[in-house]
Design a protein around this ligand. Structure first.
Ligand code: 3HC
Length: 281
């Protein structure tokens, strides 16, 4: 697989497009508006410039990577893709609409993948006429830096599809691939989101300050970021959506999203991207 499509050029989509193009694939990012498409390209340019500044990439390789990347607003430009990875917002109906549209433009053998962090993959697979060739591929933020990708097979994904995507992730992208079943949260978010929500409850109860909660997990467990800093980085809205999905799936009280998380999202305090979350930026 060398012709890759990416739906959505936000933080995750741009990151996915970047690692695929850096690995030598020909990549097309689809966005809904030209200005978003241009912004996606700029995100990739900025990240590549950072990689060059940190001596992770030569300027020639950065230029070649950009040469392999196109942006578009037209689904028809995805017609020749071998693998399309959707990284649109976490709205089930939106993803289903995208998969139905994609199904109509790509070839019969094309594999369709979703980067959803929490929506069951089967729900988007059944929006197509090829559910056996739909798979979850869940990358982590920041995509160029985090080595892991979760590969999720649904009840109907065929082995050929899961194997082809696993091989692309491992052999072409050089990432670590793990396989997980089609349950909300897969492996990482099923463990991470309850931990993050517990840190919010701890803060909300006045048990410890944000700074001390973060310092404790960094210094005590060797995590690169404390939980509240990590939520600010992931986005409070994304964290809430993931917590809601876990609660909807398992209905266990400890998975219910904390009220403070909901109120902060209501207030537009989404973390780093909005300038304010548990900290100010
Ligand atoms: N391209 C390539 N390499 C880059 C880069 C880029 N754009 N930006 C940074 N790097 C490299 C740096 O050179 C450095 O490499 P080195 O360790 O070999 O020197 C490394 O990445 C770390 O970069 P920095 O030194 O700039 O930054 P930090 O040391 O502060 O680390 C971090 C930043 C990697 C984000 C670290 O804080 C971290 O690992 N945080 C936790 C992130 C995390 O948990 N992510 C998962 C979120 S959950 C998720 O995504 C799932 C979703 O569904 C919710």
């Amino acid at each position: 697989m060398q012709k890759i499509g990416v739906i959505g050029g936000g933080t995750m989509g741009a990151g996915i497009a970047e690692v695929c193009a850096k690995a030598g694939s020909d990549v097309v990012i689809l966005e809904v508006k030209q200005e978003y498409a241009d912004a996606a390209r700029q995100r990739v340019e900025k990240s590549l410039a950072k990689a060059v500044a940190k001596n992770k990439l030569s300027q020639d390789d950065a230029d070649a990577t950009l040469g392999r990347l196109r942006v578009t607003t037209d689904y028809a430009d995805l017609g020749d893709r071998e693998l399309v990875i959707e990284a649109a917002p976490e709205i089930e109906s939106l993803k289903q609409e995208i998969f139905t549209q994609l199904d109509a433009v790509v070839g019969d053998d094309t594999i369709l993948a979703t980067n959803t962090s929490s929506i069951p993959v089967i729900k988007v697979a059944t929006a197509t006429k090829r559910p056996e060739r739909v798979v979850g591929v869940h990358f982590f933020n920041p995509v160029p830096v985090m080595p892991l990708v979760e590969i999720i097979s649904t009840l109907v994904t065929n082995d050929e599809t899961a194997d082809a995507v696993t091989s692309y992730v491992r052999d072409t992208l050089g990432k670590t691939a793990v396989r997980a079943g089609d349950r909300s949260g897969f492996i990482v978010n099923a463990l991470l989101i309850p931990y993050l929500c517990q840190a919010i409850r701890m803060l909300d109860s006045g048990y410890a300050s944000a700074e001390d909660i973060d310092a404790a997990m960094k210094g005590g467990c060797g995590y690169p970021m404390g939980p509240l800093t990590l939520i600010d980085t992931i986005g409070l809205d994304i964290t809430l959506a993931a917590a809601e999905s876990l609660y909807a799936e398992f209905a266990e009280p400890h998975l219910a999203p904390p009220a403070l998380l909901r109120r902060m999202v209501d207030a537009g305090q989404l973390g780093r991207k909005s300038g304010r979350g548990f900290y100010s930026y």
